[in-house]
Design a protein around this ligand. Structure first.
Ligand code: ATP
Ligand code: MG
Length: 616
């Protein structure tokens, strides 16, 4: 077990005191050794204090130093060596006991952190089970895994978060967020899972296990997981005949479009207003994403959409006028608004991305059925680079969240059962999901369990803005902080949130007449200061759960899960492509059956294409 140490450099005075004490100890040990040798042969040690040292000058006749009968040199020095060795061992032991222990920070038993009683009361398997009936009304006797996630062990007790908790995980790059938390949560989720990422590694680590629970699909418009991973086509205009859906979709697409400009929220609002009218027009006239893209290129092309909204009786009153107003407005304002529209749909310029949001007949993704069947949907995209599809991913997530909310509202206890897990990994590197702060604060009550994985609070502030980021942070009922952070403002905030504890310092004073007195002073110090927080050992994190005092948890890597270890090798590849998904050109529609025969893994896609991978 690695423990952070506080380096303690001795002062000059301390060093001198150590030298004097050491020398005195050695003189004493030499005297005791010699005296003991004398006693053994029947003599009486009467030599003065330095006799033992003087014997060193008479190695072959130590009796000369004592002036009386003494044993031969062999016996004399053997006994002396044993005594000196024993003295050294005692001195080292005493130093460890009195000096070394207080200089260490034992993160597992930090003063001020949650006591075993508090942990047992708040987040032990028993505590989680107690809330089970309320969280999963459909189950007679829910087990902890039906209603929560095991996140680690604190003070020897398993610690769990419940599916009702909204969780924020903070950890620097490569600090082990995926290894210790994300993969475990995806594998353990009791219901449907929506997992985002900017890389395909989570898919690789979990797809095989999730296939056993329900349908699995991958939305990867940028082909980040290899060409054969374009598993799903989602209609960008799905449900946009309804004004509310069109508005939510537009908000997802326009997320972040006003960033970095003056009056950003005004321009973002204008962009959203134009986008929702375009989405509505496309949905009412059964147009696809290609038409949407064409309309987004120039305001001149939008007359088509205005005509649809004008003539279709299902179009809400005023939407055509609103779109017309933008198209006819002052050229500078019109171009600024249209720049936002164009940027929001820019990814559609890539034919592959366009194909992923243009399903053919019968290919449409149905989020409702997917949630009911406890499916797993992986969304992969980036916010930067050519064809960045983060906006599309954001709009897709908003669609699923909206569907989940409707399903929850129709459910008996107004809560999804089983709950849906939104594993928003790398969310700070994707588009700023407009609904995330609300989702964090309200989702838990409706059976939408949200995990937002961030590299730092600074990343959240940059993405969502100061206010929304602090709402997001406040709303998280569980906060898990891994080591490695280095943003000074973040560290100060975290040290503050983790809290203080009492620290008693003793001081000893000596008065003129030689009498000593001891006094104590009480002060407040941080439970975990920024140094130990930054250098938290690998696999360790601080858990701030509801109102429980902070707990330091030891997490478990997904590679040490029983089912993975008993398989003798990771059930799926650690990184890179999932078994059977070697990058290959060609489009597929859905991920179908996976079979493993000895060294060969075969995946038959719904399109009929079979992919093979030789694993050994
Ligand atoms: N299968 C594996 N075997 C051994 N080490 C691994 C494995 N997978 C990941 N690691 C290591 O574990 C560490 C944490 O990786 P992980 O992907 O969990 O970090 P992360 O916090 O999610 O990083 P990022 O912010 O970049 O996503 C890294 O140093 C990585 O190299
Ligand atoms: Mg990661």
């Amino acid at each position: 077990m690695t423990r952070p140490r506080q380096a303690v450099r001795p002062s000059n005075d301390t060093a001198w005191a150590a030298v004097i004490l050491g020398a005195a100890g050695l003189v004493g040990a030499l005297w005791v050794g010699g005296a003991l040798a004398l006693v053994i042969v029947g003599g009486q040690p009467r030599g003065y204090l330095l006799a033992g040292v003087r014997a060193l000058a008479h190695m072959s006749r130590p009796a000369a130093a004592w002036g009386e009968m003494a044993p031969g040199p062999g016996a004399y020095w053997t006994v002396t060596a044993v005594v000196v060795a024993a003295a050294v061992v005692l001195a080292v032991g005493a130093r460890r006991l009195f000096v070394a222990t207080p200089s260490r920070v034992d993160v597992d038993r930090l003063p001020g952190t949650a006591t075993p009683r508090e942990i047992r009361h708040t987040c032990s398997p028993r505590a989680i089970r107690k809330r089970g009936r309320h969280l999963r009304p459909s189950l007679e006797r829910p087990a902890p895994r039906d209603v929560g996630f095991r996140v680690g062990v604190a003070r020897g007790i398993e610690t769990w978060t419940s599916v009702e908790d909204s969780v924020v995980v903070l950890g620097a790059a490569r600090s082990g967020k995926d290894r210790y938390l994300v993969v475990n949560v995806i594998l353990d989720a009791p219901g449907a899972v929506i997992a985002t990422s900017t890389r395909p590694d989570n898919i690789a680590q979990t797809i095989a296990a999730r296939k056993a629970r329900g349908p699995v699909a991958v939305f990867d418009p940028q082909h980040l997981a290899g060409d054969s991973q374009v598993g799903l086509r989602w209609s960008l205009t799905r449900g946009c005949e309804k004004p509310m859906t069109a508005m939510i979709r537009a908000a997802g697409l326009a997320a972040g479009s006003g960033k970095g400009v003056d009056d950003g929220s005004f321009w973002q609002g204008q962009t959203e207003a134009a986008l929702r009218a375009l989405l509505m027009a496309a949905a009412l006239d059964h147009r696809g994403a290609a038409d949407l893209y064409r309309w987004s290129l120039t305001p001149a092309a939008v007359q088509d959409a205005i005509a649809i909204l004008d003539t279709n009786p299902r179009a809400p009153a005023g939407w055509a006028t609103a779109l017309n107003a933008v198209a006819d407005s002052d050229p500078r304002q019109r171009d600024s608004v249209w720049l936002g529209v164009r940027q929001s749909l820019a990814a559609l310029g890539d034919p592959d991305v366009l194909a992923s949001v243009s399903p053919g007949p019968g290919e449409e993704f149905d989020p409702e059925a997917f949630i009911r069947d406890t499916g797993t949907l992986y969304l992969v995209g980036t916010a930067t680079g050519a064809g960045a599809a983060a906006n599309l991913v954001a709009a897709f997530i908003e669609d699923i969240v909206e569907t989940a909310r409707h399903l929850a509202a129709e459910s008996p206890a107004a809560r999804l059962d089983p709950p849906i897990t939104m594993m928003l990994n790398e969310i700070g590197n994707l588009a700023p999901l407009p609904s995330l702060p609300t989702l964090m604060s309200e989702g838990g009550g409706t059976g939408i369990c949200t995990w937002a994985i961030l590299q730092s609070l600074a990343q959240a502030r940059h993405k969502w803005g100061e206010q929304a980021a602090s709402t997001l942070w406040d709303a998280a009922t569980a906060k898990i902080i891994l080591g490695g952070g280095s943003d000074a403002a973040d560290m100060r905030d975290l040290v503050f949130v983790i809290g203080d504890r009492d620290d008693v310092t003793w001081a000893e004073t000596r008065s003129h007449d030689g009498t000593r007195s001891r006094s104590s002073s009480l002060r407040r110090i941080p439970i975990l200061d920024s140094g130990p927080l930054r250098t938290l050992p690998d696999g360790t994190a601080v858990l701030l759960l509801r109102s429980m005092p902070p707990a330091v948890i030891r997490m478990r890597s997904w590679m040490h899960r029983k089912e993975v270890e008993s398989a003798g090798r990771p059930a799926v590849a650690d990184t890179g492509h999932p078994p059977g998904f070697a990058p290959r050109k060609g489009k597929s529609v859905d991920i179908g059956e996976m079979q493993e025969h000895d060294d060969v893994t075969c995946v038959t896609l719904a399109s009929g294409v079979t992919l093979r991978e030789v694993t050994n």
